[in-house]
Design a protein around this ligand. Structure first.
Ligand SMILES: Cc1cc2nc3c(=O)[nH]c(=O)nc-3n(C[C@H](O)[C@H](O)[C@H](O)COP(=O)(O)O)c2cc1C
Length: 366
């Protein structure tokens, strides 16, 4: 197990153009389903506060639904609109700030992954670039340009609300096969208008969302953009087959106003493209020149999509990559779901107190 001198790079402060953090640890966004009627309550606020009290540098909340009828699936998923839900989020911010932490909401629309009849709006149809599910089945018409424009403004409204509520930034969920990623991915985007066709066209929806959010929040409010190659139903999927294609996605997003990229992989140590050891975050940093967050099985011996538990492992490989500046920040999912004190224990060399991840933890807000 890693000793507490070698983990020092993880606890160096992070300073960027508009975001400073006490250390390099980030709580990864994790849907928990503990928000009855889609409103985050006191227990959710206390859950995030416990992470802030225990040295997490930046908390990214679970995905929270923007103001569109089909943005989420399920009545326990928090939304980011309406007085009650936004008051709930204001309380989350207050608790986290009182404990000295920083927090960004993850703005989410599930797109075509929504099933017919899902709560909270049973009649709301799933929407997406081409009306296709992730498996390619046509279940709705493609979004019209007007619907796309309205959706962009819905993200912008959420960004404005995040700033007004006192959040320290926003994360736009462009990963894992949800709405924005359905535009980025050729399999779910068959459009021939300016929102499809080639990599630039497929990236346009994401770019317009970032531009609209930036317009609302001004230059000094951090915008994080999360993306992935893999999809929930296809771990081998890719939106960029080469570094050149990745660059074509990243450059317009940088110009639109992304400050930090959050590069979602299931295993942080895996090289992304042949001929280099760099992972997806490493490539993204190299190509975009922006700070990046890496993620995926940090401190655990099994990836989160396995659906099973996982044992704790050494952080040595991770620290080496951090020291080499391959990435700037490290997001941790399940270890922080299981144990609010994970970061403090790592910092203090209390490796013997780390807890393995058990899937039963999913049903409790530790
Ligand atoms: C219970 C659970 C819920 C998740 N929900 C989200 C989510 O809402 N948004 C998102 O971008 N990723 C989500 N993820 C993925 C995590 O953010 C993270 O990328 C993944 O768990 C890998 O990190 P880990 O190996 O440290 O757990 C979720 C993961 C878990 C375990």
């Amino acid at each position: 197990m890693t000793d507490n001198t070698s983990i020092k790079p993880l606890f160096e402060p992070f300073d960027s153009k508009n975001l400073s953090l006490q250390n390099r640890t980030v709580m990864a966004p994790m849907t928990r389903g503990f928000s009855p009627d889609n409103i985050p309550g006191e227990d959710v606020a206390a859950y995030y506060r416990r992470r802030a009290e225990n040295d997490v540098g930046l908390i990214v909340t679970e995905g929270t639904g923007i103001n569109h009828p089909s943005s989420v699936s399920g009545s326990g998923i928090p939304v980011f609109h309406g007085e009650k839900a936004l008051n709930g989020w204001a309380n989350v911010v207050k608790e986290v700030h009182e404990a000295g932490g920083k927090i960004a909401p993850q703005l989410w629309h599930v797109g075509m992954t929504r099933q017919a009849g899902d709560l909270p709006n049973e009649d709301a149809k799933p929407v997406g670039p081409s009306g296709l599910t992730l498996d390619g089945e046509k279940v709705n018409e493609p979004m019209t340009e007007t619907e796309i424009t309205d959706m962009v403004e819905t993200y912008a409204q959420a960004a404005a609300d995040a700033k007004r509520l006192g959040f320290d930034g926003i994360e736009i969920h462009g990963a894992h096969g949800y709405l924005i990623d359905q535009f980025l991915w050729a399999k779910t985007n068959h459009r021939t208008d300016r929102y499809g066709g080639d990599v630039a066209g497929r990236t346009r929806f994401a770019v317009e969302i970032v531009e609209a959010c930036r317009r609302e929040v001004g230059p000094d409010f951090p915008i994080i953009f999360r993306f992935s190659q893999w999809k929930m139903n296809d771990f081998k999927a890719a939106i960029a087959a080469t570094p050149e294609e990745l660059d074509s996605i990243l450059q317009p997003l940088v110009e639109a106003g992304v400050d930090i990229f959050h590069c979602s992989t299931r295993r942080f140590w895996e090289p992304e493209f042949e001929g280099s050891d760099l992972n997806l975050a490493g490539w993204t940093k190299k190509l975009s020149g922006k700070p990046v967050i890496s993620v995926g099985s940090v401190g655990l011996d099994g990836e989160f999509t396995s659906g099973t538990g996982a044992n704790t492992t050494s952080l040595d490989g991770l620290i080496g990559k951090l020291e080499n500046d391959e990435f700037d920040l490290v997001a941790v999912g399940r270890s922080l779901l299981m144990d609010p004190a994970w970061a403090a224990k790592i910092r203090d060399g209390r490796a013997d107190e780390l807890k393995p991840f058990s899937k039963e933890a999913l049903s409790t807000l530790y």
